[in-house]
Design a binder for this molecule. Structure first.
Ligand code: CO
Length: 137
């Protein structure tokens, strides 16, 4: 598994993008992810990227995170080749999952979250890039 991105919950995407730009890290891409009720922007760096997440309201998963914890690191995402196989492997190993089945993430990826209880408190996202899933049909 390889680092795909680091998710950061933000209250104001435009303000956060300006702040990262000031650090010398411009945004590459921005989109709405309906499944997660967020608008996201990606900020690449060597070896990975930040995924800035602004929720579409307080009564959403990221909205509730912000209300409880404030802005900051939300999750770490690792890239996997075959997310269904990986979820099966984790289930078999007794690892606690949030998503039993993969669902749509940003950029047409398939994603699933592992429960923080399984990782020492880090919300872990598994990401399978679209090309691989499309190739498999
Ligand atoms: Co993510």
């Amino acid at each position: 598994m390889k680092l795909d991105h680091i998710g950061v919950a933000v209250e104001d995407l435009d303000a956060s993008l300006s702040a990262y730009q000031a650090l010398g890290l411009p945004s590459s891409h921005r989109e709405t992810v309906p499944d997660d009720q967020v608008e996201v922007a990606f900020v690449p760096f060597s070896g990975g990227r930040f995924e800035l997440l602004q929720p579409h309201g307080v009564d959403t998963p990221v909205g509730r995170f912000l209300a409880k914890r404030g802005p900051g690191m939300h999750h770490v995402a690792l890239a996997v080749d075959d997310i269904r196989m990986e979820l099966q492997r984790l289930r078999d190993a007794g690892v606690r999952l949030i998503d039993a089945e993969p669902r749509r993430g940003a950029e047409g990826t398939w994603v699933a979250f592992v429960h923080p209880a399984a990782t020492g408190g880090v919300l872990l996202e598994l990401v399978e890039r679209a090309a691989e899933s499309d190739a498999r049909g």
